[in-house]
Design a protein around this ligand. Structure first.
Ligand code: ADP
Ligand code: MG
Length: 362
């Protein structure tokens, strides 16, 4: 599609100039890519006996990201990380990226290159190659469509539908950090503004980083897949309560979460305490942590514990899979139990920031 933009540099170089420049800077590929950027379609030689995984995400300015609280690099990085997280949740090894952008007149080629720099920074960490995309003008803000491919061995897929009654429920990492980071960003103009070295500043920077630069749990997903440790898995993009509901629905089971077992970072606890928020609420409803939620049959617990001892991130057992009729419930430390409210946090929906929040974020 032709690109029309009033911004001088894109106007000057045009759609094809931009594509040439993206190809030159970011389009280098290895031997398995027979054709990358430059032909009508990318051509890949897949290894023998691998399943092909495909996943795509569309990000719209003002809905999924906000240029007031994230840089172009941040947006690119997160767009890649969120897609890679889907491959992680399937137990796959990510391979290729295709990026479609619709660019408003307010963006020039340098902004688009910064976006790609962020995308490719995340990709390089995981050996993923940019092999194509599409470019258009936009009259309504910036749109970024990211497609990722991955490979998995047959018989080593993680899916949402394999959880059984009695399985243990696990998560990687900590929960609620991304939502806390988003709330902080909303009370500040830019992440870069958090200077200083005190504990409080370190917590602020950590939470913002967890929101803007999430870690796709690829090693962890591949570990679960190659050792056949998980009966079901999903990545936490919508929030624990909503994503657990997806696993339970697909698997035809219920679940019970132990409130006391939810992994919370010191930064998240501190943020919650300062705002008189319940950190458990952040953990249950906060989206975009991109941790893995997975189920393990009790007979595999010892093996999992042993294999994850030296893992880079934490693995926490947070509950148990129950029969479907049990529904979704949470158990408190005192033994009382209540139904789980499915309240997946939807990022970038309008949300009020209290004066206390503004104060803590300074
Ligand atoms: P066509 O018109 O046949 O779709 P394009 O001119 O859109 O071809 O694209 C030419 C080549 O550049 C293709 O290989 C395509 O994958 C790649 N490409 C186009 N836009 C982008 C982009 N934004 N990022 C990466 N590759 C791109
Ligand atoms: Mg095209």
């Amino acid at each position: 599609m032709p690109l029309r933009s009033s911004r001088t540099s894109l106007h000057q170089i045009g759609e094809f100039g931009l594509i040439r420049s993206l190809r030159r800077h970011f389009g280098r590929t290895g031997p398995s890519v027979l054709r990358g950027i430059g032909d009508d379609a990318a051509v890949i030689r897949p290894p023998a006996n691998r399943l092909l995984l495909l996943s795509t995400d569309l990000l719209a300015e003002g809905i999924h990201f906000d240029l007031a609280t994230a840089t172009f690099e941040d947006i690119g990085y997160k767009a890649a990380a969120a897609n890679l997280s889907d491959i992680a949740a399937m137990g796959g090894v990510p391979q290729h990226l295709l990026v479609a952008v619709a660019i408003p007149a307010s963006c020039g080629s340098s902004e688009i290159k910064r976006l790609y720099r962020g995308l490719m920074r995340a990709c390089r960490l995981y050996g993923v190659e940019l092999v194509g995309g599409d470019t258009s003008a936009s009259r309504l803000g910036l749109f970024i469509g990211v497609t990722v491919t991955g490979f998995a061995k047959p018989g080593q897929l993680l899916t949402r539908d394999g959880a059984h009654t009695g399985d243990l429920l696990y998560v990687t990492g900590t929960l609620g950090d991304s939502l806390a980071g988003l709330n902080i960003l909303r009370t500040r103009v830019r992440a870069k503004g958090v200077a200083g070295d005190g504990q409080h500043k370190r917590y602020l920077r950590y939470l913002i980083e967890r929101h803007l630069r999430p870690t796709p749990r690829l090693e962890e997903g591949q570990l679960l897949a190659t050792h056949h440790l998980a009966t079901a898995a999903i990545d936490l993009s919508d929030g624990l309560s909503g994503d657990l509901a997806h696993v339970c629905e697909e698997s035809g089971v219920g679940a019970e979460i132990e409130i006391g077992a939810l992994p919370l970072s010191p930064a998240c606890r501190s943020y919650a305490a300062a705002h008189r928020l319940d950190p458990v609420h952040l953990a249950l409803t906060g989206g975009e942590d991109y941790e893995l939620l997975f189920t393990v049959s009790p007979g595999n617990r010892a093996k999992l514990d042993q294999l994850t001892q030296r893992a880079r991130c934490r693995f926490s057992c947070i509950g148990t899979i129950r029969p479907k009729g049990f529904g979704l419930r949470v158990k408190h430390r005192n033994g009382s139990s209540r139904r789980l409210t499915i309240a997946s946090y939807q990022h970038f929906r309008s949300q009020r920031v209290t004066p206390r929040e503004a104060e803590w974020s300074r």
